[in-house]
Write a protein that binds this ligand. Structure first.
Ligand SMILES: [Zn+2]
Length: 258
């Protein structure tokens, strides 16, 4: 639809700016006249160009919005700055081909795993890239629009404890129950107390019961993990076994190679 023009407009506004042809009248409401557009090549090209520009702008706006949302989710995720970049393609899989392939599969099917509550258990000695792989998976999941909470187990317990008696009490824990994906890094490294053990059990158990996926990493073997958590070790290990696929990370300690 063309511009609405008052009858007092000069006559050149009623003709095509390219070919000079008079524009057809589309509608007339009392003394208001709506002119149509010209179909000559130049006018058509101009219209197509404007339409393209409009779409480009719309796409840019959409991308900016998406980028902003991703940044917000990234900030809330708790992933440390040094682990905030990277994709699975960047992960050095030379020594961990099977784990890499499994991680790619996990990320590709995350929407399904989110529904089924299926997670991963990354096992391996210190420096084998467990945190790197876990955070890369978390980033890939964030990019898909899901919410993530990441923390080392020790830091998480400190944060929850730090909220005691404040207006934030329970906020962190709630975030860990609600997120689409939770990554608990270095489980079993915490100094065990009755409170810390029951807090970790609560997170693992709630995720399990609500069929929400959990990724945990540990350099403890299953038996050591079971022993570390004295009263809930069996329950923790059985929930992890039932809901997580185990990935073993091997190879040399990358921290010592630099
Ligand atoms: Zn024209």
């Amino acid at each position: 639809m063309g511009p609405i023009q008052a009858p007092s407009s000069s006559s050149h506004e009623h003709s095509c700016q390219y070919c000079g042809t008079g524009l057809p009248i589309m509608h007339q409401f009392s003394d208001m006249v709506v002119h149509g557009s010209c179909h000559c090549d130049a006018a058509t090209a101009d219209r197509n160009h404007q339409e393209q520009e409009r779409r480009k702008l719309e796409e840019q706006r959409r991308q900016h919005k998406e980028e902003r949302r991703y940044r917000d989710r990234l900030t809330r995720s708790g992933i440390p700055a040094r682990y905030r970049t990277g994709t699975l393609a960047d992960f050095d899989s030379a020594h961990n081909k099977a784990a890499h392939v499994a991680a790619v599969g996990y990320v590709t099917d995350f929407a399904k795993h989110r529904r089924d509550g299926k997670g991963l258990f990354l096992i391996g000695e210190v420096g084998r890239g467990k945190t790197r792989l876990a955070t890369i998976i978390a980033l890939e999941v964030l990019r898909q629009g899901f919410s993530v909470r990441y923390s080392s187990t020790v830091d998480l317990l400190e944060r929850i404890k730090g909220e005691f008696g404040t207006s934030n009490a329970g906020n962190t824990l709630r975030g860990y129950l609600d997120a689409d994906l939770v990554v608990l890094d270095d489980i079993g490294k915490d100094h065990r107390t009755e409170w810390s053990e029951s807090t970790i059990f609560q997170i693992i158990n709630d995720r399990y019961e609500q069929t929400r996926p959990l990724i945990i990493t540990s350099n403890l073997g299953i038996d050591d993990l079971r022993r570390h958590y004295q009263w809930s070790g069996d329950a923790i290990v059985s929930r992890v076994f039932e809901s997580c696929q185990g990935l073993l990370l091997t190879g040399p300690d990358w921290r010592l190679q630099r």
